[in-house]
Design a protein around this ligand. Sequence first.
Ligand SMILES: NC(=O)c1ccc[n+]([C@@H]2O[C@H](COP(=O)([O-])OP(=O)(O)OC[C@H]3O[C@@H](n4cnc5c(N)ncnc54)[C@H](OP(=O)(O)O)[C@@H]3O)[C@@H](O)[C@H]2O)c1
Length: 309
Amino acid sequence: MKILCTGASGLAGFNFTRAASEAGHKVLALTGKNELPAMKNVEQRKIDLLDEYALQRIVLDEFPEAVVNCAAVSSPDDVDANPELAEKMNVGLPERLAHLAHHVSARFIHLSTDMVFDGSCPPYKNTDVPMPLNLYGTMKLMAEKKVLKISAPTSVVLRISHISGNSLMTRRSLHEKLLRKWAKGEKTPQRTDDIKRALSAERLGDLLAELCERTLSGIYHYAGLESLSRYEMAVRIAEHFGLNPDEFIEPVQGDRVVDLSLDMSCLAARVKTRSCMFSELLEEMKVPADLEPWLKEKTGKLPVKRFKL
Ligand SMILES: NC(=O)c1ccc[n+]([C@@H]2O[C@H](COP(=O)([O-])OP(=O)(O)OC[C@H]3O[C@@H](n4cnc5c(N)ncnc54)[C@H](OP(=O)(O)O)[C@@H]3O)[C@@H](O)[C@H]2O)c1
């Protein structure tokens, strides 16, 4: 199948591109500033996705059978810092892609977030009424509505929780960010009442590849199997890499508990890709190569990946 992926250099997009290419699909991988390593079945192109004409030309020239949108301004802080750009990327772009996908009769898979909910009544089913707490969540919700209005029968809006995994530039995911701060000697404050079901970037990649082949439509949830606070995740990451959590992590409490745990039972019954526990996410985490000397000096060893039979 010929698949067009936007945001292919991002945390989700990179893992999806790899999974789709391994599954034998032909991927046209659109990147922004960053470049992907060479991969079998993957053609890479740099593009400014806000260049409407360039985007339209690619879709109409290539006629993909599926379009997977992994591009976004994906950090709530970045959305607050530049709401105009964020609206273009997080609302305008999905709307345009949904139109283009509809025009070429392609399936459209769009990533959304657990932050469309307010965290007061978990676990959230895909039928629950959203109530975003921040601008990022509000924009993602607006995009969901637009996408489904344009092409509901051929679109999937996949709401996901926090993505854990290895990113292309080794700076994007939680363990990479934490290790980089810890290596600089920074103590990181982590909330004890901000709760999520972190998921595996690798499994998300497999799931998106599977969704390209299936005829599901509508809103679905995908998340990990364990609800953990950011503090608990950080402690587990530190311990996994042989570090003392008390040296690097400071527990902090917000005004109230925000538990964004997603219930993914509706999707789980319909796909073969499984989710997993946080312990399996830890096994997937790699130490960024430039931090290996620091970690070795600090702990006297590097974590070794063990293969289970
Ligand atoms: N990360 C999470 O924990 C999380 C949780 C819930 C939902 N989500 C959702 O999942 C999706 C993917 O998130 P992510 O974390 O994988 O994002 P990410 O790592 O921040 O990647 C964003 C991607 O968008 C591309 N991009 C941004 N602006 C562009 C432009 N003007 N032209 C071309 N490309 C552009 C970036 O390209 P370059 O890097 O090459 O410039 C990058 O490939 C988003 O919809 C996000 O809202 C993410």
